[in-house]
Write a protein that binds this ligand. Structure first.
Ligand SMILES: [Zn+2]
Length: 172
């Protein structure tokens, strides 16, 4: 596997909190010095922009890698499904043949309607959308490259998402 960065190059990685992913071992990035931002799905949003700005502005990160992954749990629900589940109960749900359900049906809250949980409908599109969001954010320098990859959790390989790569290019 080719190195994706120079040795000891500082970078920022936005990736999923899934415990099967080890950001220190992403192929091609092992020799970099990475500031790792993790959340459910590895999705970009205003909160992740905060960390990306600090990683670049104060820590000198030279590139941003958005790395989402196959078999992500964020592909197994929609905002509506999660809001309905939360309204019924706040306890852990169970994934069964027909999707998620609550074994306990009490003590819920309607407050989920105020949150976008950023579930993923299409993995490639999600990487494209998030690279686009970061690229277009007014606080992210146009001079910093943004790369979009999908990690295959079975093989550990990183597959570039070509459209995201194009959008994430440095702009002169
Ligand atoms: Zn995930």
């Amino acid at each position: 596997m080719m190195n994706l960065t120079k040795p000891d190059e500082k970078i920022a990685i936005l990736t999923c909190m899934d415990m099967r992913l080890d950001p220190k071992k992403f192929p091609g990035l092992e020799q970099s010095k990475a500031y790792v931002i993790r959340n459910a799905g590895g999705r970009a949003n205003e909160e992740t922009i905060r960390s990306l700005v600090v990683a670049h502005k104060f820590q000198g990160a030279k590139a941003i890698f958005v790395i989402q992954h196959t078999d992500c749990g964020m592909m197994n629900f929609t905002n509506d499904i999660l809001c309905d589940l939360l309204e019924e109960s706040l306890q852990t749900a169970v994934y069964g043949g027909n999707g998620w359900y609550n074994p306990v049906k009490e003590g819920g809250s309607r407050a989920g309607q105020y949150i976008n949980f950023q579930p993923i409908r299409n993995l490639e599109q999600s990487v494209i959308d998030d690279v686009t969001y970061i690229r277009n954010h007014p606080l992210i320098s146009k001079k910093i490259p943004i790369y979009g990859y999908i990690c295959d959790v079975k093989t550990g390989e990183l597959r570039p998402v070509q459209q995201a790569m194009q959008i994430g290019q440095v702009q002169e």
